[in-house]
Ligand binder design. Structure first.
Ligand code: NDP
Length: 332
């Protein structure tokens, strides 16, 4: 059968453009014993994919020119030559950006769509929810009464970080890029304060006002000047889970900023980078906790769903323009 795929046509300089991607037709062979044919339902687009568009060594290999991009996908089994999967099963795995694709049994995991909608397994019950949970709980170690600040607070990771910090009894301040987002964080997701970094002229002062007792935990999703301002307000023995640096992902030069090490040193601050897969062995525990909080009504979530397989590149680029609230997902 014929299907469509989206390949990396060229490597971007700075912010990617639509010409860096190309849609192609591809022929799929018949499936062999032990294989399943899947139709893509929901595709995850994530900021880390920008790094994979560069030809640089990282914790995941770069995308290859003229080969399909790939990422987490929820798919429905349409044909199976496996004893473990049947037509109609809904599964998650890491797959190429193709409308239809072939997987082996070990590539997929069945998801239970009676607990939560299928797309949630790409977000709150998947990679971004687990990133929030382990980064905050294992590195941030928030204690009741402390102040937690999170950047990209209205995004997939940030919105969960803020709510978990509230569950722990913390004063929570979110930083996001529009008044609509900051209002939503306070009225819809229980944040105590929220700052629109695009309209505030003095971030340092805004953080100081929102955090009268200083910052005990800063969950850093963005880096750059926003993080410089938060760290100026950091408390003694604060913890900084270093999760993402999205403000720098499209930089074409090495960005310079204030030297922060003296402040981290003199205030005995812990700053620790992490990749969610560091906690892979504990994922079942994380999913159990997140699912329980959802069931108890303590943890809410939201998604931005773009429609149409061909809109995967546009959705990916939208992450760098703040076009999403909660998780950005493409429904094929
Ligand atoms: P989001 O859903 O938060 O989407 C990205 C958001 O970042 C946008 O909505 C936008 O919101 C904000 N943003 C974009 N450009 C800038 C900028 N220049 N300055 C400040 N904010 C910006 O994405 P995720 O929740 O998936 O990821 C959040 C961060 O966590 C990313 O840095 C990502 O790389 C990282 N991450 C790390 C993981 C790990 O294992 N360490 C795993 C998953 C994610 P706004 O409107 O507020 O600007």
């Amino acid at each position: 059968m014929k299907t469509e795929q989206i390949v990396l046509a060229s490597r971007p300089t700075g912010l990617p453009v639509s010409n860096n991607f190309r849609i192609e037709q591809v022929e799929l062979p018949e499936i062999d014993a032990g294989e399943i044919l899947l139709k893509g339902m929901y595709y995850s687009v994530d900021p880390y994919m920008r790094g994979r568009m560069n030809d640089t060594k990282s914790y995941v290999p770069p995308f290859e020119i003229n080969k399909p991009l790939n990422g987490s996908v929820i798919g429905k089994v349409v044909e199976s030559k496996s004893d473990n999967y049947k037509s109609g099963d809904v599964v998650v795995g890491s797959f190429p950006w193709q409308k239809d694709f072939i997987a082996t049994e070990k590539d997929v995991r069945i998801i239970d769509i009676t607990i939560a909608r299928a797309s949630y397994y790409l977000s709150i019950l998947g990679m971004t929810g687990l990133t929030a949970y382990f980064g905050l709980m294992q590195i941030g170690k928030p204690k009741a009464g402390e102040t937690v600040v999170v950047s990209a607070a209205a995004g997939a990771v940030g919105i969960v970080v803020g709510q978990i910090a509230r569950i722990q009894g913390c004063h929570v301040v979110g930083i996001a890029g529009s008044d609509e987002k900051t209002k939503m964080l306070i009225s819809g997701f229980g944040f105590n304060e929220a700052i629109n970094y695009k309209t505030i002229s003095d971030m340092n002062k805004a953080i100081a006002e929102a955090c009268p007792k200083g910052v005990d935990v800063y969950f850093d999703n963005v880096g750059g000047e926003i993080s410089d301002a938060v760290i100026k307000n950091i408390n003694f023995h604060a913890r900084i889970p270093l999760c993402g640096q999205i403000s720098l992902y499209n930089s074409t030069e090495t960005p310079m900023g204030p030297r922060l090490q003296p402040m981290l040193l003199t205030k005995s601050v812990l700053m620790q980078g992490f990749i969610v897969s560091n906690y892979q062995a504990q994922f079942p525990e994380g999913i159990k906790m997140l699912a329980q909080w959802i069931k108890e009504g303590k943890l809410k979530f939201t998604e931005t769903i773009e429609h149409g397989f061909e809109n995967l590149p546009t959705a990916l680029l939208g992450l760098f323009k703040g076009e999403n609230t909660g998780k950005m997902i493409v429904e094929a």
